[in-house]
Structures are given as C-alpha cells and as structure tokens.
Write a protein that binds this ligand. Sequence first.
Ligand SMILES: [Zn+2]
Length: 275
Amino acid sequence: MKIDGFELFLASDGTFKLDGGAMFGIVPKPVWEKYFKSDEKNKITLGTNVLVIRNGKNVALVDLGMGNKFDKRLEEIYEIKRSKNLLQDLSDKGVERSDVTHVFITHGHLDHTGWATSYNHEKIEPSFPNAKYYMQADTWKEIKEPNQKTKPNYNYLNFENLEDRLELLNGDEEILPGIQLIKSGGHTKGHQMVLLRVGNKTFIYFGDLIPTSAHIKPAYVMAYDLYPMDTFTKKIEILEKAFEEQWTLFFEHDPVTPTAQLTDVESYSLKRVTI
Ligand SMILES: [Zn+2]
C-alpha cells in the first residue's frame, strides 16, 4: 500500500510450528481448533509476517522471523518451512540489506529476532549493516538475565555482536514522524507494539500481544505470556481505540489473515483487509 509518501507491505520468513495448546492458553481445544487445525503432535502452523515501512530514505522492518542459526534439534522442534527466507523475500520486493535503516524489535523471542544477525562465513554479524535496532531496555534486560522459564525462548546467536547497534528505549517513543513504538508489556515485560499514523489512517502491529486474528478476544492469551493479566487489560484498551478509529491491525503469526479491521468491539468480529 502507498499512502502519503509511505509504502507499507509484508515480507515473510516462511512458517513454523508451535504447540496449539500453548498458543491458546486457557482456550479449550474444540474452540481453538475452529481456527487452527493441529497435526498429530498437536502443533499448529504459524506465519512470520514482517512489516516493511518505507518513507523516503528510511526503511524500517518490524521483527525479523526465525533466521538461519538453528541446530538440527531446534529445526526439528519448530519445523520451519520456507520457499525463500526473509532476506530473499525482501530482496525480491526491492529491499536490500543495506537499505534498511531501522529495525523495530517487539521483543527478544527467537521467532521475532531470527535475522537480527547472520553468519558471514564463520562470523556472526548484524544482518543489516546500516540499521539501528530499537527495543525496550526491559527487553534487553530480559535477554541478558533469563531464568529457567524464559531461557528456551531465546536464541542467543541472534544478539551476538549486536550490542553497539542497539537503541534501548524506556517507554513509548516516536522514532520517525508518524511511527511510534508503544510499550505494552504483557507477553514479556519489555514487549512493544508499532503504531503508524499516516494521513487519516492508523496501523498497528501487535507483535505477540495479539499474535493471530484468532487471538483477538481479550481472554485468548497465550500460555507463553509472562504477565497474562497485563495482556488482557492492554488488549481491551487498545482494541477499543482500534475499533473507534478503524485502525488496520497486523497479526505477525497469522498465516492466513495477516491484516484485518474490527467490525464490532463487543463480539470482537473482524473483517479481513489487504494492504
Ligand atoms: Zn514471543
């Protein structure tokens, strides 16, 4: 979509699988199975929808898929499938690594930070040589100080040699005209969303606060969330505004409906839209 000097589109790093029960928390399987069919191991297929925002010389990416720094064991767990990876998809869509000026990271989990770094022969380097990487200071702290519960959610190779590229934020901040990072908490303490206001339109990228369109109802909170009541409260607050102003909603992990708008805020009904 082109709007007021901005260009918005999605790129993808393919699909991967996670346990359906963990993805839907307290929601019973007969309910979530209406949205996602599970395989024989109870896993469901999820997308990796990366938002690209181009405005003049600025090219921003929101989150970075799974990447290519997995060992065999993790590859088997996540069952990553792709016809091409994120870097190839970006290149096909006219974005080279060196074009990227801003990387907005919602939080540090391995399915959001995969291409933060990549191998250059044996050495790990930032994938985007001209970019600053923006995350909340709390996210960096969560990455640096994991515990037994949180550690399996990170791939530490994604942060190797990245530290001097980081811009750590403390709360909400407008990074570029019209582009705001909003600290939401909930899923992790430092989790942030990206809000874009262009002309009379507003777009929001939820990250893992609302990972798929099937998670639109406030009580549909993933079992992965560290602060589920904060997720619940934040969703109610943000969806109220999103309905009133008819925002376009981006769902990072939805393989079928990456963008939608709310048609009703009591039943949380959605209509699919395209950008
Ligand atoms: Zn996450």
